[in-house]
Design a protein around this ligand. Structure first.
Ligand SMILES: Nc1ncnc2c1ncn2[C@@H]1O[C@H](COP(=O)(O)OP(=O)(O)OP(=O)(O)O)[C@@H](O)[C@H]1O
Ligand SMILES: [Mg+2]
Length: 303
């Protein structure tokens, strides 16, 4: 799958701004970005829901502008908004989706049983979807995305807002599919999830891609964006913290102090010593992972 200069504008908002990327066959590719970054808009263009203003993409060689039907046939799609019929049962939804993709009756029943079992929904297959929890719905949507045995699976934040159990079932299924050679394009705003699952990750913000790399590389590049936020029971002179090692930068944020560091664990020990020596009480202490915005800014600095 390859996107070239994909662009979409909504009025004055450049939702997706000339982005290009390439996903290899069998690759697990992550599209990581904060709210409003342009993830869903990109997916909508890739899957033929909306037309790009400029640029195009090829899905298994099919141009999404000229051969959108063929492109759609090789895709499995788990969209941002649920596309199941809530008055129908899980089973009926799967049969309906299979018919849309032209899967034969025999094949669709066998496949539906298999998918429902794998995603822990078989016992609930005859229940109307409106009685499903969010996690169950999302698992059903994944089943629906897989009825046509797609070569490429495109998922828009499949685990957002789910409990640990449902999220884990979905991630395991994705890992299983990746091992069997399915190409996966996943959007997420969860850095952990991206690094756990993906072979490569693109970081997107304001419709632009900042970097595409292996997750561990991106992690290394953002190491010095970790910080500790502390508050003591009385105000302190920020300069008095300059004796601590491993502090890259110190900032006052209201009644709290933010210390940027490459080694949060070591710094916490030092802070405890610092507070003891001055008879200060620590009233708050948080280790903060870098936000995606921070990472994006860091990666685009000087570009
Ligand atoms: N149909 C639309 N009409 C107008 N503006 C839109 C439309 N769809 C998206 N946008 C705007 O385009 C930008 C990108 O939105 P998009 O939904 O692609 O972001 P996202 O990365 O999927 O965010 P989220 O993580 O919140 O789902 C946003 O500023 C959004 O407001
Ligand atoms: Mg979205």
């Amino acid at each position: 799958m390859e996107a070239t200069d994909l662009t979409k504008r909504y009025g004055s908002i450049m939702a997706v701004d000339h982005i290009s990327f390439r996903v290899e066959h069998g690759e697990f590719f992550g599209f990581l970005g904060p709210n409003g970054a342009g993830k869903t808009t990109t997916i909508r263009m890739l899957t033929g829901v909306i037309k790009p203003d400029f640029g195009t993409a090829h899905i298994m060689g099919y141009d999404i502008r000229k051969e959108s039907l063929r492109a759609k046939q090789v895709l499995g799609i788990l969209p941002e908004m649920a596309n199941a019929y809530v008055d129908l049962t899980a089973w009926q939804n799967l049969m309906f989706q299979s018919e849309l993709y032209g899967v034969s009756k025999k094949a669709r029943e066998k496949r539906a049983v298999e998918l429902l079992r794998k995603l822990g929904l078989y016992d609930r297959k005859d229940q109307a979807v409106k009685g499903f929890s969010k996690g169950m719905k999302q698992r059903l949507l994944l089943c629906m995305a897989l009825v046509n045995d797609p070569r490429i699976l495109v998922l828009d934040e499949p685990t957002t807002g789910l409990d640990v159990q449902s999220a884990r079932l979905i991630r395991e299924m994705l890992q299983h599919l990746a091992r069997t050679g399915v190409t996966i394009f996943l959007t997420t705003h969860n850095m952990e999830e991206a690094s756990q699952l993906c072979d490569r990750v693109a970081i997107i913000n304001n419709g632009r891609i900042a970097a595409v790399d292996r997750p561990e590389k991106l992690r290394a590049a953002t190491k010095e964006l970790e910080s500790i936020e502390i508050a003591f029971d009385r105000p302190i002179e920020i300069g008095s913290l300059s004796g601590l090692s491993n502090v890259i930068d110190a900032k006052k944020m209201g009644d709290k102090i933010r210390l940027y560091t490459t080694d949060p664990d070591d710094l916490i020990h030092q802070i405890v010593g610092y507070a003891k020596a001055r008879e200060l009480k620590i009233v708050a202490l948080n280790v903060l992972a870098p936000s995606l915005e921070d990472i994006f800014i860091k990666l685009t600095e000087g570009k």
